[in-house]
Structures are given as C-alpha cells and as structure tokens.
Design a binder for this molecule. Structure first.
Ligand SMILES: [Ca+2]
Ligand SMILES: [Ca+2]
Length: 444
C-alpha cells in the first residue's frame, strides 16, 4: 500500500473502431489524365510500417513493384480503398485501422494483431483490362492526302516510356527509323492498331495497355510485366507494296508535242528528298543535267516511268515507293532502306531515240553498193577502220543515225563484230552477204 507506481509508457498504436482509411497525398503529379477506379490494375511501390514507424514490408527492398487489381478484394480492405482515386506518379500515405488491415490476428509474422498500418505508396502504372489503346497529342500535317491502312509499310521514329515516365527505348538513339508492315502482327497489338490511320509526318502518342503490349511477362530488362507502354511516334513515311509512282505535272510548256519514249536520250535536272523533307541530292548543285537513255535501266524503275511521255521544259513531282526506287537496302549513306522518295524533275533536253532494238538506222535508202563503198582501198576486205570511218561519215552527212546516249565507237565496234563472222578483224563480201540475208532488221 501507499507505494507509488511509475509507468513508463510508450504509445505504439491508437485507433478507434469508427476509423476509416486516412489518405494523405504529399505529391501530386503535374498531369493526371486518369485516376484509379474499382477493377483497375495497378503497379506501385510501397513501404509498410506500423504506426510507431517499424517497417514490416517494402516493395522497394524486393526491387519490384506490387502489381494487383484494386477494389475487388485482392488486397486488404484498407488498400482496396486507399488506392482509389490515385494518379500515376502520385505519392500518398494510406493509414488504416486493423479492421481494414490484418485484424485482431495480424499476418502471423511481422504484423501484430490489432495493428494500424501505414503505407507510403507511389503509383507507377495503371490500366484496366477493358482498355484499348489511346491516342493523344496528335499533330497532323495540313497536307495529309492519305492515311495508313493495314498492309502498309511504315517508317517511324519513336520514344518509348512507361507510364511513370521511365524511358525504355528510342529509335532516335539508334539514329534509324523503325520500319514495319502494319496490321499484320509484326509488332505488338497496340502498335499495330495505333499505326493505322496515320498521315505521313504525323506525330501521336500511343498508350498501350499490357494485354496489347508485352503482357504479364514484360520483355527485356526495361519493360516490366503488366506495364502500360507510352510511345511518342513520328511517322516519316509509308507506302503500300502495290503503290505505283505518283506523277504530277507542276509545269507544262505551251508547246508540248514531242513526248519522251523508250530509247530517247534525255537530259534532266532533279531535286531528290525524303518524305520528311530531308534533302538527298540535286543536280542543280553540280551545275549539270543527269543524262540517260530511257528504258535502258540506267535509273530506278520509278524514275524511268516518271520521265516517260514528258516534253522538254516540263516539270514533274514524283513520289517513288521503295520497290520502284532503292528498295529495302537503300543507298549507303544517302537513301535509307525502304524509303519513299520525292523527285522534282525538269526535262531540259531530249534526243529522239531509234526504234526499239536498233542502234543504227539509215535515214534514206540503203546504198546498193554498200560493201564497195565501205572498202575504201578496194582490197575486197573491210577493216574496222574502214567500217568506222564509213559509218561516222554517214552519220555526219545525215544519212544515218546512231542511237543517242551511247558511245558511238562502242556501237560501231559491235556492228563490225556482228558482220565479221569469223572474227579475223575484217569483213569479206561473203560475210557481208551472209549477215544481210539472215536478219530481217539488221542495222546495215
Ligand atoms: Ca579494204
Ligand atoms: Ca572476217
């Protein structure tokens, strides 16, 4: 009796049966387009402590997020409630009485019975299994003539990040576009869908829920399981394998009668660029035209086509898909693989070619004494020099024409060896007749 009792009290926990979940948000992200709702799937980090500060669990120490559905009983009631309304990037402290935590028995190990729980939570990721992809931040060019459809081949740049902003990949870091067919399952479902209906030059953000991305497994070291993916993309170009060359005349001279055709020798200027405006090459920089024989496979098929039926002075704008241009390989250091090309061309000069298959034709009647005329020294043999002199003279006098755009000496050399049947360097009258008899449209 009469003893003084001294109690040294340390209050560990206090709660009231009336208590609900307390939420204290201490960091709100700049933008919050969406908040956690019942049945959403979330990924978050947390530190779990008792009310006295004792840490009982932390996702941080496990180095992986806690991933779960919210509001459908997968979590303790306090968390099911406490996570609702949260934004990605938000940090909050969720405090709950034991009735909403592990009750009177605790969890059997680190959490004692009747303990209040305090969770310090940061939300990293949020989606709903019912979500489709979403498209935001669209910047569509004014001159969008066509939108991508399934089966198109698209070249685009992208920056890929997780919902909380963590960067995982970028085509820019590799300094080359990502190239793929769309709508064919070559890329993740969400991207396959998000790349449909784009314009060349368009920018858009495609947000892809995990079931349209890399699923519950994730991929590599940077994309965790069940992660929402955010791609900021820029469409460089696209084409369809069935595309033809697009030809539009931008200037047509009043007198436009002689039109280019196969075999013509044409001289033209061009400016070449990519669909994103990047410059490739221009003849104007060299101060001289580009010269080719049409139909002789001296340029890519798209250019051959673009130069046909054109008159001198005419200007055209050509859009050449890669299968009619430089193909999947492109040109090292100049044209990227699978690139669509733009050529602005101007026909400066043309020389009408010979009929198909001819390298030399007579303008007038063929002389009846051809062999004798060629045999300048009258030794009954035509040497290469005699032959060459003779043909060049005919050309100079306007009696015959060589195919334009080719080396005259090469043509004459070929003509000579065609006649010189036994290859002894001279044509006899016998050889000459033989050759003349067996071919219907021989050059001589
Ligand atoms: Ca001779
Ligand atoms: Ca001979």
């Amino acid at each position: 009796p009469y003893s003084i009792l001294h109690f040294d009290v340390l209050l560990l926990d206090v709660w009231n049966p009336e208590d609900g979940v307390q939420i204290n948000t201490y960091h709100t992200p700049g933008n919050c387009s969406r908040k956690v709702e019942v049945s959403d799937y979330v990924r978050y980090h947390y530190n779990g402590t008792l009310l006295d500060g004792t840490l009982f669990d932390s996702s941080h120490t496990r180095l992986r997020t806690y991933d779960t559905y919210v509001g459908i009983g997968w979590l303790i009631a306090g968390m099911d409630q406490g996570l609702l309304g949260m934004c990605v990037g938000e940090r909050r402290i969720i405090t709950m009485p034991p009735s909403l935590g592990y009750g009177s028995n605790g969890d059997g190990s680190d959490i004692p019975g009747q303990a209040s729980l305090v969770f310090d939570v940061v939300l990293l990721d949020l989606h709903n299994p019912k979500d489709g992809i979403s498209i935001d931040n669209q910047v569509v060019p004014d001159n969008c003539l066509r939108k991508s459809v399934a089966g198109d081949f698209i070249r685009y740049h992208y920056n890929g990040s997780l919902l909380d902003g963590t960067f995982f990949d970028s085509s820019y870091s590799r300094n080359r576009t990502y190239d793929t067919y769309v709508g064919k399952g070559y890329v993740i479902g969400g991207m396959d869908e998000g790349l449909i209906g784009v314009c060349i030059g368009e920018r858009r953000r495609i947000t892809i829920p995990p079931h349209l991305g890399y699923g519950e497994e994730g991929t590599g070291t940077k994309i965790p399981g069940s992660a929402v993916l955010v791609f900021d993309i820029h469409i460089i170009d696209f084409h369809n394998p069935s595309d033809k060359v697009e030809i539009s005349t931008t200037y047509k001279p009043e007198a436009c009668e002689t039109l280019t055709k196969k075999g013509d020798f044409v001289k033209y200027h061009y400016n070449a660029s990519l669909m994103d405006g990047n410059f490739i090459d221009s003849t104007y920089n060299y101060g001289k035209t580009y010269n080719i024989v049409l139909g002789a496979n001296q340029v890519v098929p798209g250019m051959e086509e673009g130069l046909m039926e054109m008159c001198v002075g005419e200007r055209r704008h050509l859009v050449i898909p890669p299968h009619l241009g430089y193909g999947e390989r492109g040109v090292d250091g100049e044209v990227p693989g699978s690139a669509v090309l733009i050529f602005d061309i101007e026909l400066i000069e043309m020389e009408v070619g010979l009929p198909d298959g001819y390298m030399f034709i007579w303008n007038d009647e063929v002389s009846a004494n051809l062999f004798t005329e060629m045999d300048a020294d009258k030794d009954l043999q035509v040497l290469a020099s005699e032959f060459t002199d003779y043909i060049l003279r005919q050309v100079n006098e306007g009696k015959g024409r060589l195919a334009p755009g080719f080396d005259a000496y090469r043509i004459i050399e070929n003509m000579f060896s065609n006649q010189d049947r036994n290859g002894d360097g001279k044509i006899t009258e016998e050889e000459f007749k033989l050759k003349a008899d067996e071919t219907s449209h021989d050059e001589l």
